[in-house]
Structures are given as C-alpha cells and as structure tokens.
Design a protein around this ligand. Sequence first.
Ligand code: FAD
Ligand code: DLZ
Ligand code: SF4
Length: 508
Amino acid sequence: MVKLILILGDQLTPEVAALRAADPATDVVVMAEVMAEGTTPRHHPQKIALFLSAMRHFAADLRAAGWTVAYSTLDDPANSQSIAGEVLRRATEHGATRVIATHPGDWRLHQMLTDLPLDVTILPDDCFIASHADFAAWAAGRKQLRMEWFYRDMRRKTGLMMEGSEPAGGQWNYDHDNRGRAEPDLLRVPALRFAPDAVTETVLDLVAARFPDHFGTLRPFGWAVTRADALRALDHFVTHHLADFGATQDAMLAGDPTLHHALLSPYLNLGLLKPLEVCQRVEAAWQAGRVPINSAEGFIRQIIGWREYIRGIWGLEGPAYLTRNALDHTRALPPAFWGGATKMACVKAAVAQTRDMAYAHHIQRLMVTGNFALLAGVDPAHVHDWYLSVYIDAVEWVEAPNVLGMSQFADGGLLGSKPYVSSGAYIDRMSDYCKGCAYKVKDRTGPNACPFNLLYWQFLIRHRDTFQKNPRMAPMYRTWDKMAAPHRATVIAEAETLLAKLDAGQVV
Ligand code: FAD
Ligand code: DLZ
Ligand code: SF4
C-alpha cells in the first residue's frame, strides 16, 4: 500500500531517514510550501525564499531520480497552507493511511505529526553526528553538561584532527589564538553570492507578493539553493577564508559584515551540506598545510562541538525548554530590533545587516543584540521569536538553545556557567563600532554614557542573589562593592532612566 514520505523544508538530502525507508516504486514523497511555516513566526523574506527555492530544486532532483513527488506550491489554490492540511490532502488523494517522517527540528511540527489522524512513523534524524540517544547517554549522570568534554568525545568518535588517541598538535583547543581584532581590508575576498536562477526568481516574486510586510529586504538574494552551489560556497570558504577564520572569528567590523566567516550554516541546516564532509574538507586543508591549526580546530569545534551539543540539548530538554525564563524577564523587545531608530552604533549595525542579509555572525548575535536584550531584561520568548524569524539559518533545534540558553540564560545555566553579559568595553575591544557611535564607550555615567556600561551593572545588581556566589561572577561584585557609593547610585539611577525610556518607546 502506498506510503506518504514527508520531507520538510530543512530535510533536503537523499540521505534523510524517511527517504531511506521508502520505495520509489510505490511511495509518494510529500513536500509542501505553506503560509503557516512562513508566518510562525513571521520569517525574514530571504529565509522564506531560501527554503522554498531549495525545496523546489530538491523536488526536481527527486523526480529526476525516479521518485513521485506530490509538491504543493504556495500559490496552488488547493493548498490548505499548513503542513498537516497538506499531508491529509495527499493522504485522501492517494488513498494512503501511513506516513513516514523524519524527526522535525521544531517541537511544534513534532506535535502536529503526533496529532495526525493517520498511522505516522517518525524516524530519528540521523543527519547529525550524535543521535539524541548518544547525547542522552553522554549527559546521563553528569553534574555539568560542558561543551568542551562533549567536543573531545566527538573528536575521538570522528577521528577528526586526532593522532591516535591524542589531539593533533597536542592541544584540544587553540582558542587563545582566536580572539583577535580585525582591520578593514579592501582586498578581503567577499563572501560568495549566487545569482538567482529562474526557479529562484519565481520564488522571489511569490515571496514579495505573499509576505510584503515581513521585516527584512528580499533582494538582492544571493544564497545557494542547491547542493552543487552549497559545495561551491564550501570550496570558497576553505580557499579564501578558512586560514584567517580562527584569528578573526570574534571580531566585528562596521563595513564588513561577514569577515572570514563561512556562511555555511543555512546549507548545513537545510541538509544541502553534511557536517562531517565539511569538517573533513577543513581537516584536509590543514593536513595539506594550507591553513593553521587554530583555524582548522576552531572551525571543526564549531561544527562537531557546538552545533552537535546545541542539538543534543534541544533533544534532551524537549518542548518545555522553549518556555524557560529563569531570570523572570518581562520587557518588550525594543523597536530597534525591528529597525527602529537607535543611537547605539553597534545595535544599529547588527540589525541593519540582519535586515539586509538575514545574517549576522556569532559575536554580533551573542555580544551585541543578545547582550543588549539580556541586560535590558527582555522576555526571552520575544527574543527567541526574533532570532527564529530573522536569521537565514534559524531552525528551532539550533536557534532555541543558542538564544534561550547561551544568550539569555533563560535555562538558569544549563548551557553556560555564567551569562554572556558585558559592558561596552568588550564591544569596543572587538569592533570598530564605538568610534562611530553617539555614545561614548569610555563614559560610565552621564548623558553620553554607553548603555551597555549602565545596564551591565544594573543587571548584576538586580540579579545579585542569583549570581554573586557564582565563582566566575563574584569578582565583578567585589569590583562593584569597591566603587564609591555616590557613583553606584548614579549608575543605577541612570540605568533605570534608560530602561524607562525603552519602556516609553523613546529612542535609546
Ligand atoms: P561560522 O562562524 O563560520 O561558523 C562555522 C559553523 O559553525 C556555522 O556554519 C555553524 O554551523 C557552526 N556553529 C558555530 N557556532 C554554533 C553554535 N553556537 N550553534 C550551532 N552551530 C554553530 N546558528 C544557526 O545555525 N542557527 C541559528 O538560528 C543560530 N542562532 C544563534 C543565536 C544566537 C543568540 C547565537 C549566539 C548563535 C546562534 N547560532 C545559530 C550560532 C552561530 O551564530 C551561527 O551558526 C553562525 O553565525 C552561522 O554563520 P557562519 O556559517 O558564517 O558561521
Ligand atoms: C522555515 C520554513 C519555511 C519558511 N517554509 C517552509 C515550508 O513552506 N514548508 C516546509 O516544509 N518547511 C518550511 N520551513 C521549515 C519549517 O518551518 C521548520 O523549521 C522545519 O521543517 C523544522 O524541521
Ligand atoms: Fe555600542 Fe556602546 Fe560602543 Fe555605542 S559606545 S557602539 S552603544 S558599545
């Protein structure tokens, strides 16, 4: 009897579990472009276009390989505009009662599949290096789920950059070489962009018509939408950027939004690239002597360390993780996150590039927008919705632990032993934003004081009970306590005035 094989927009590989369990002679692949996925939350237009165009290209590949694909386009009048509705419609059309799916990367869709009035099998998503079961076994009985220990196990498991049982070069981690600043460089090779083909142009017109008021610019659109182009992007990164990736990975430059970053996360997350093949490519470049060890190891750690670890946490914690708010933060997201006016040059730059490219790199996400939202006490659910909607690579399994755990401390420290907060000094050290800012990063109080300087201390003081016994935070409290009482009172009063301005919708 015919089975329906559901392929979601981020499962675009012939190796996805549901396809491997299917028979092209009898089964029907179901793929559906639906309004519900573009609007829950209201995704960036480039992100919607990437998913839809990549889905169309993948469906064409499947048909060429002999599969029957029931593909719903967004503008099909019969489209029910939800994944559940489309599965049910196809079940009726084909007289099918069985559905094979691969575990979605979003708990909402997992629930939807479980609720379908059909015989649904959800297979584990084995496009990751560690399965949920592997991660649960690793986490069992540990007091602290430290990424570093998980990463070392993953190095041993994959054999990447290993010399027998020892790490290549004698160290597991070369991050002390990876904290450099970057200088403007007109000769730096730009990130590879791809001219839209006819399929993508059609999708771009459709997205422009259907999602006209979503935050973000749609054109120019330069993302790869096929595996062949994603492999070109990988090649470009390894050839032109990997060597300097490590040294500048934490740096930020106003005029250079991508520096030596890979821009590979959307392709990894949609299934166009495989994590292991990307790491093997990087390892080979290092073995050939073309890139230094700190860059190769640093990059591989992001993929087999952070990426797999984050996904493990998402699987382990389940849907309840999405509602965590350990610090009881309730503030609304400031309008600056949606492109509203702000005097803060760093926030303005990070949001502007997010609007224009649907991309910001890790430190911009963590130490500019994330840091500001955390210091200002924004409700983590709002922060989560924002990150999920605006970034080209955002799928819940990777976005939620990064935002709620790493960036907002909403999980109470499961993912990080201390919150990622800083005053303006960190941003000044790692970027050139401050020199073009209306605020003065060296001013700790007064009309021009950098908001990060004021809010940093106010955050520490309002959460004193939570953090002052934390060994990594205690020195900051000692520093605060040594400051003169009138200065401390001024800092807190000015921080509160700033927060009141945010609440009143005034420009900060
Ligand atoms: P590079 O800096 O070149 O890094 C190489 C690769 O490492 C990335 O492509 C990515 O696959 C992987 N990687 C690095 N750090 C992480 C991490 N913390 N978690 C998972 N993978 C990682 N990444 C997403 O893929 N989707 C998200 O929705 C997302 N949201 C984030 C939200 C916040 C608040 C923070 C702090 C980080 C988030 N990240 C997310 C992680 C990271 O910022 C992006 O993976 C990275 O910026 C993607 O750009 P790149 O490919 O140029 O990365
Ligand atoms: C993000 C997204 C968008 C914008 N559109 C679709 C879609 O039309 N059809 C689809 O199958 N998936 C889409 N996605 C991805 C899903 O919202 C979701 O993030 C993943 O399927 C989770 O595995
Ligand atoms: Fe950002 Fe403060 Fe620097 Fe302005 S002075 S760019 S607000 S860190």
